[in-house]
Design a protein around this ligand. Structure first.
Ligand SMILES: [Fe+2]
Ligand SMILES: [Fe+2]
Length: 718
């Protein structure tokens, strides 16, 4: 990330936090102002913290108190949108640290998951609150970089105070289970806040969805918050004062931000435009002798000896180069200063933005006919997800951590507890990728009919693979089935070997929720899959919970996945941790290894359809063991409209976007990276297959087992 963002400022904090690895400890939690401390004290002494309902009432009052309209009535719509952008463009990020797999198996986890899903557009990219906000920005001629970019934090149109609230939200996104109550408070304060919604409220009605109107949104949030607070209050050690503390972090930052807006100069736009013209005087004079502005030449206005800036701007405003209030319709911006125009290259982006704001301020009339927000797909942001191996398809080998798979599993489940975990996970992914270099080679892809890249080729390959997997299901090579050879005890033991992966089913995608991962259409699809793996809002559908239930019915009760008792369970083989460890390593680097993650995800989802899971279901039924974990995957992962279809679509969206930018070689490189990611999945399963063969093989006959090795269900939960 850029070094040139000033240090020790809210904008520097924002920039640092949005890209910081999760194992870097937060330097500090937000501090409370004296006012907020007073509120906390009073709430305690006046009984507002007695019950969740009392707290919610209190939060509603405090939020209403802190909600003020943007103070400066003269501020243009564009400026309002810009000042709120560092907050509005990271909607929902504050919940990311609470939505890891190991925290989502509870009712509270599911409620928070649903809240996040709603903020992220219910699985529809263009309905994501931040994407919607960006659409509004674009409709008003405001172009901003992605929040993850260093250019965003350096943008001179922001004041430092504009980053205050966003910084608190990013801090919250880094907090884990230990600070759940504070994050719930942050969420409540954000959902009850009307100030940001007021920014959109100030816009013409046609560009703000009716459902997004502040009062509607605020009112609709209350029942959900009521449920969240009620469920939280029932958890062991619940502390409602900590929830209020989190909410006060937000209210404090919002108050400071609003105060900062009052000191903005009321004539800033006009003054900025005048300043801009004055700055250009020395360079422009002499070049405009024959350019008429009204009845005079332009040079006559800005003779350095007798500049007449006010008159020049008045004449310019009335000229055909300007359409008042509509910068995007004004030839000065659409033609003269564009490539091929007579003033191309004269103004930098910040100066063009000043001109745009000045044109906007020339009238209050706002013609919304052509300004319905359109979903925008930031080409620039795509590159964020594809860089670390850019220079070479084959990364250099890095030392693989000398720690057991069991320890890595525990460490990467809770990386914030162990500094250095994230760097270690990166080395692990790089090492695993280097073992499957062949999978991304052109010759390999050509052999499989996968070269060069095309969406049709991918789709045809996936279809053929699915058909093959379904066909395998109906063919028994020698008439001897696994079902008839395994004892019930062996089947339960096999199930137990699935637990390290199955209990954290979906974990490979948990990094896609972090604010460092830009909101892009393929990310939305991955988030949809993740949500399903976690139960889509219902505890009993959480895939990990399903496996727990099956095992519990067989008398096996397992500890929480991050506990020593689970990680060192004597009946679980070390090799059973191989696949989930790979998942967790990817999850810590979703942004850097995004193409590989797309490939891994496809491999996992594809594995859930067809023979392997059907055979597993039959095996369990034969022994009167609940087969639903496998039945579910055979349906939910389907290739027509299920997870396999979404996985394929995500890859197509990702590569098509790169190809649209005209960068065919980059698309080809990413395509190769995707297949290497795909191959890491099969590679990660091999140790468990070998270990199972060694354990069960001698009894069944090793040769027979080897012939069936690929047919034994392994740690391939999805
Ligand atoms: Fe799945
Ligand atoms: Fe699953």
């Amino acid at each position: 990330m850029a070094d040139s963002v000033p240090t020790r400022s809210a904008r520097a904090d924002y920039h640092r936090l949005i890209g910081q690895a999760v194992d870097v400890p937060l330097s500090a939690l937000p501090t409370l102002s004296a006012h907020a401390q007073g509120v906390l004290l009073a709430a305690s002494s006046q009984g507002w913290l007695r019950s969740p309902k009392d707290l919610l009432t209190h939060l509603l009052d405090r939020s209403a108190e802190a909600d003020q309209p943007i103070p400066d009535p003269a501020m243009t719509v564009q400026l309002r949108l810009i000042h709120a952008a560092p907050t509005a463009l990271i909607a929902g990020c504050w919940l990311a640290g609470q939505l890891t797999v190991e925290q989502s198996h509870t009712e509270l986890g599911q409620l928070l998951l649903s809240e996040h899903f709603a903020l992220c557009g219910q699985g529809h990219w263009s309905s994501h609150r931040s994407v919607h906000y960006r659409s509004i920005l674009v409709a008003h001629g405001v172009q901003l970089h992605d929040p993850q970019s260093p250019l965003f934090a350096r943008d001179p149109r922001f004041s430092d105070a504009d980053f205050l609230l966003g910084t608190v939200l990013l801090q919250a996104s880094r907090l884990g289970a230990a600070q759940k109550p504070e994050v719930i408070g942050v969420h409540a304060a954000m959902m009850l806040s009307e100030t940001l919604l007021d920014v959109e409220h100030a816009l013409p009605r046609s560009v703000v969805l009716q459902a997004d109107r502040p009062a509607v949104v605020r009112k609709s949030s209350v029942p959900q918050l009521d449920s969240i607070l009620t469920v939280y209050a029932q958890t062991e050690g619940a502390d409602l004062a900590r929830v209020l503390r989190g909410a006060l972090w937000v209210l404090d930052a919002k108050r400071q931000w609003l105060q900062s807006l009052t000191v903005l100069p009321t004539v800033s736009v006009a003054q900025q435009m005048q300043d801009l013209v004055v700055r250009k005087l020395g360079h422009g004079y002499g070049f405009h002798r024959h350019v008429l502005l009204g009845a005079r030449t332009m040079d006559s206005y800005w003779n350095p000896q007798h500049p007449q800036i006010g008159e020049l701007l008045t004449a310019l405003a009335e000229s055909p180069w300007i359409v008042k209030g509509q910068p995007e319709q004004s030839p000065l911006l659409t033609q003269v200063t564009q490539f091929g125009g007579s003033m191309f290259g004269v103004f930098d982006d910040a100066e063009l933005a000043v001109i745009a704001r000045w044109i906007s301020s020339l009238t209050d009339a706002y013609d919304h006919a052509d300004r319905t927000p359109q979903p925008v797909h930031s080409v620039a942001s795509l590159s964020v997800t594809s860089e670390p191996l850019e220079s070479s398809l084959i990364p250099s080998r890095e030392p693989v951590p000398k720690i057991s798979l069991r320890q890595l599993y525990q460490r990467w489940l809770c990386p914030s507890k162990q500094p250095g975990s994230v760097a270690q996970a990166r080395s692990y992914v790089v090492a695993k990728l280097s073992e499957v270099e062949y999978a991304g080679q052109v010759s390999t892809l050509l052999r499989q009919g996968l070269w060069p890249w095309s969406a049709q080729r991918l789709s045809a390959w996936v279809d053929a693979r699915l058909k093959e997997q379904v066909k395998e299901e109906s063919e028994e090579p020698d008439g001897v089935s696994v079902e008839s050879l395994l004892t019930r005890e062996e089947v339960i033991w096999l199930l137990l070997q699935l637990a390290p992966a199955a209990l954290i089913d979906g974990a490979w995608l948990q990094g896609t929720l972090r604010p460092s991962c830009p909101y892009l259409p393929p990310v939305t699809l991955l988030q949809k899959i993740y949500r399903d793996e976690l139960g889509a809002g219902l505890c009993h559908q959480h895939h990990g919970n399903l496996m727990r239930k099956v095992l519990a019915a067989e008398g096996i009760t397992l500890a929480a996945v991050d506990r020593e008792e689970f990680v060192n369970h004597p009946q679980i083989l070390s090799a059973a941790f191989s696949t989930p460890v790979l998942w967790l390593a990817y999850a810590l680097h979703s942004q850097d290894f995004f193409p590989e993650l797309l490939g891994l995800n496809l491999a996992i989802e594809l594995a859930g359809v067809g023979s392997m899971y059907s055979r597993a279901s039959r095996l369990l039924r034969r022994h009167q063991i609940d087969p639903y974990f496998f039945v579910l995957h055979n349906t939910i992962d389907n290739g027509a409209s299920g997870h396999t279809a979404w996985s394929t679509e995500a890859i197509a969206l990702y590569l098509d976007d790169i190809a649209v930018q005209g960068d065919a070689s980059h698309a080809a490189l990413c395509w190769q990276r995707i297949w290497r990611g795909f191959a890491t999945y099969g590679q990660s399963s091999a140790p468990l297959l070998r270990a199972i063969a060694l354990r069960i093989g001698p009894r069944l006959g090793y040769r027979w087992l080897r012939a069936h090795l690929g047919r034994i269900p392994t740690a391939e939960a999805s």
